[in-house]
Design a protein around this ligand. Structure first.
Ligand code: E4P
Length: 218
């Protein structure tokens, strides 16, 4: 499973990429809004940090989405254009994918949306695990079903699971071998913070100091 950061916060992203094996960065309009800065300036910086960058179109109609995809690509180069899987969005995915754009069907709450987006040629789909759990009940099950639908229909669209609130949601999908997960910065940082691990490391160091003297190393 590839790991992406679902954030546009430069400070947190720079911290995470220093320590974690990260494949890319995903954004959406709400994520950009939190940073309260000119979006393209920020997106250019994010693109320099990780080449695999996802940027969402805002328009709700086909023409607007297509126009935005062109503008985003002109300004930022090769990025993945996120398009909500509505009827207009599906039409835009079909058109843009045929034109060679990288597309991600987003705001996916149902298996039907994921199925249609893949048939339309989306390179990725982003099912919203926690929101599905909140509104319908089984976020993990929905993503696993999408995985099975793709496998059984020989669809090559990659699943980028999104909208996580807990580590166990991510790890259940890692166990299932889902292609990718985009994880909020704070959740990702907490993947490694564990006081029992810190205590174990301190105990090893102290025992070694007892053996050969303080501040020694191997
Ligand atoms: C990513 O593609 C989605 O936009 C994002 O994960 C949604 O997350 P949220 O449900 O926490 O807003």
């Amino acid at each position: 499973m590839k790991i992406l950061i679902d954030s546009a916060n430069l400070e947190k992203i720079n911290h995470i990429v220093k320590y974690f094996p990260i494949d890319g960065i995903t954004t959406n309009p709400s994520i950009l809004c939190k940073e309260n800065t000119e979006p393209y300036e920020l997106l250019e910086k994010l693109k320099q940090i990780k080449d695999l960058l996802f940027v969402q179109a805002i328009s709700k109609d086909f023409d607007g989405m297509v126009e935005e995809a062109k503008r985003i690509t002109d300004k930022l180069g090769d990025v993945v254009i996120k398009i909500p899987v509505t009827d207009e969005g599906l039409r835009a995915i079909k058109h843009l994918s045929a034109q060679g754009y990288h597309t991600c069907g987003t705001a996916i709450y149902t298996e039907e949306q994921a199925f249609m987006a893949a048939l339309a040629g989306a390179e990725y789909v982003a099912p919203y695990v926690n929101r599905i759990e909140k509104f319908y009940g089984d976020g993990i099950g929905t993503v696993k079903n999408i995985q099975e639908i793709y496998k059984n229909n020989n669809l090559k669209t990659k699943i980028l699971a999104a909208s996580f609130k807990r580590n166990d949601q991510v790890m259940a999908l890692a166990k299932a071998g889902v292609d990718a997960a985009t994880i909020p910065a704070d959740l990702l940082i907490n993947f490694i913070h564990n006081k029992d691990v810190d205590e174990a490391v301190d105990a090893f160091v102290n025992d070694f100091y007892k053996l050969v003297g303080p501040n020694s190393t191997m």
